[in-house]
Design a protein around this ligand. Structure first.
Ligand code: MN
Length: 171
């Protein structure tokens, strides 16, 4: 995706919903100042901010970060997110390849109620936080977790690790 994808998507989603910046701030918990900065391309949002927008708008993550042709996006907190399958309403799911830099620990706030994540460790070992503790997930193994609670992804190794991450949004 190009660097202005999020900027364009956010503006389009907000306009389509007929929401002012203030109303969007109330709906999503992202400040009006930050929303304005994102829409003007002055600030690139963190994943935590994108999830707040996703939750507030009741839209999947891919609605914010994807444009065809699908490509990766590099976030400033050393995570890459490549959309493999954009959100499909009939299936209620979207799939990403998420890259975690060496030493990276990323914690995510709860997604909306009922959301489930399938995580497959492609090329290295990592740890996943859910139900209150970190658990190992070694290369070639998978986990299905309830993601409507605080959860996290941690790569304590010396090399980047990629996960296959499918997010299910029950209707
Ligand atoms: Mn998550």
């Amino acid at each position: 995706m190009t660097d202005d994808t999020i900027q364009i998507n956010l503006k389009a989603i907000r306009k389509q919903a007929g929401l002012s910046l203030s109303a969007t701030a109330t709906l999503t918990g992202v400040s009006k100042a930050m929303l304005g900065q994102i829409e003007r391309g002055e600030s690139s949002p963190t994943i935590a901010t994108l999830w707040k927008l996703s939750k507030g708008f009741k839209l999947p993550l891919s609605a914010l970060i994807t444009e065809p042709p699908v490509a990766g996006h590099h976030f400033k907190e050393s995570i890459t997110v490549q959309t493999l399958f954009a959100f499909d309403a009939a299936l209620g799911s979207e799939t990403f390849i998420v890259g975690l830099a060496a030493g990276l620990s990323h914690e995510s706030a709860a997604h909306r109620k009922g959301v489930i994540e399938d995580i497959f460790a492609i090329d290295g070992d990592l740890e996943i936080y859910f139900d209150g503790k970190w658990r190992p997930l070694s290369q070639g193994n998978s986990l299905r977790i309830a993601a409507d609670q605080p959860h996290g992804y941690r790569n304590l190794g010396p090399f980047p690790v990629h996960i296959h991450n499918t997010i299910h949004y029950p209707s």
